[in-house]
Design a protein. Structure first.
Length: 101
């Protein structure tokens, strides 16, 4: 019985050491959301400076997608939901998505 218990503890420690999966949160380009609104979203929800937010907004505009940050699943999910709700409230079709890194 003692040996079984030790193996269980060892397995639990191994699984704790594995870092949780991280998720990229991204904004997708569209033809309707104003660039300035995207900059505001990046500053408001991702704590970016205006300069950094402008760089990411230009990536969204140029490449069709821009990375806002990398977060654990629960934080990424919350950010995606908050950005979507904020965009809808302001009647913009801005899409915010996440994918595992």
């Amino acid at each position: 019985m003692g040996q079984f218990k030790d193996n269980t503890v060892l397995e639990a420690q191994k699984s704790r050491l594995k870092p949780p999966p991280m998720f990229k949160v991204m904004l997708l380009n569209d033809d309707f959301t104003p660039m300035e609104f995207v900059v505001v979203v990046l500053q408001k929800f991702f704590a970016m400076t205006r300069e950094k937010a402008t760089q990411v907004m230009l990536a969204v505009h140029r490449d069709g997608v821009g990375v806002c940050g990398v977060f654990p699943r629960d934080i990424a999910t919350t950010k995606v939901q908050k950005v979507a709700a904020y965009a809808r409230r302001h009647q913009h079709p801005l899409q915010c998505v996440m994918e595992e890194t």
